[in-house]
Design a protein around this ligand. Structure first.
Ligand code: NAP
Length: 246
């Protein structure tokens, strides 16, 4: 049976790798991002269809979803992965950086859910998967905008699952640690347990195929961060402070 998915953030990193992975498994993939040139190149691979779109433009997302619906497209999986990371300086908080980060990491997840979810309804086993991050498990330096946006996204996803229970649509939260992509290649600090992007896509694919509600990897980092979160509050704060100074 031919299955169809829509993957956002497919021009780069995790989303691009996922698009190629799903297409190689025989899925039809609607690959969404702004960079039309990169999507056109990606759509040379059989099964991948380019959808150039700015996901922070609600009107454009709505129009794209309506176009797909009128073309008779039925989606089996909507994978909302597009995102960005900007580090901020607390002594001169850049409000525009918060707006940009929340626009794609959070608001676009909400609008993607609103407009693409109706395309899942005719699927026999519809899945909605949202990529957040482990960043919100623990306070990290300069990550006020990114971590807060991912905390919002994880909360949204978990509460969405609660209210979609019984609708037939399963909701999946993906919280990766560090993955080697253009987003992290800009980082100038050591990234523990960095995962190659091919491995990240495989973990996400396998987790979704297995129907896992929450997909976290690498496990070592998630256990470590969760363990640190269990520390008494003041001790946790001093560990965070020490990590900042390293
Ligand atoms: P990436 O290589 O920078 O890719 C980001 C993707 O998002 C690109 O395809 C980009 O495409 C798209 N995008 C950004 N703004 C957009 C917009 N306004 N409209 C449409 N598409 C937009 O980053 P990545 O590392 O693969 O990250 C993918 C997701 O995983 C993000 O949500 C990120 O927060 C999350 N994550 C990453 C890591 C990591 O270590 N890499 C860890 C945890 C979570 P265009 O620029 O072409 O629009």
């Amino acid at each position: 049976m031919n299955l169809t998915c829509l993957i956002t953030g497919a021009s780069s990193g995790i989303g691009r790798e996922l698009a190629q992975h799903y297409a190689a498994k025989g899925w039809t993939v609607y690959a969404v991002a702004r960079s039309k040139d990169k999507l056109d190149e990606l759509s040379q691979q059989a099964g991948i269809k380019a959808v150039a779109l700015d996901l922070t433009d609600d009107g454009a997302v709505k129009a794209t979803a309506e176009q797909l619906q009128s073309d008779g497209v039925v989606l089996d999986l909507v994978l909302l992965n597009a995102g960005t990371c900007e580090y901020v300086d607390v002594n001169d908080l850049d409000l525009a950086a918060f707006d940009r980060t929340f626009a794609i990491n959070f608001h676009a997840v909400v609008s993607g859910t609103k407009y693409f979810m109706p395309l899942l309804k005719a699927s026999l086993a519809p899945k909605l998967a949202i990529v957040s991050s482990m960043a919100h498990f623990f306070p990290f330096t300069k990550a006020q905008a990114y971590g807060a946006s991912k905390a919002a996204t994880s909360y949204f996803t978990d509460s969405l699952r609660l209210d979609l229970a019984g609708s037939g649509i399963s909701v999946h939260l993906i919280e990766p640690g560090f993955v080697d992509t253009p987003l992290t290649q800009k980082n100038d600090f050591e990234m523990p347990f960095l995962v190659p992007v091919e491995k990240a896509a495989e973990r996400i694919y396998r987790g979704l195929q297995a129907g896992k509600s929450r997909i976290r990897f690498p496990r070592r980092l998630s256990y470590l961060l969760k363990l640190l979160s269990l520390l008494p509050y003041n001790l946790r704060n001093s560990v965070a402070q020490r990590m900042k100074q390293q």
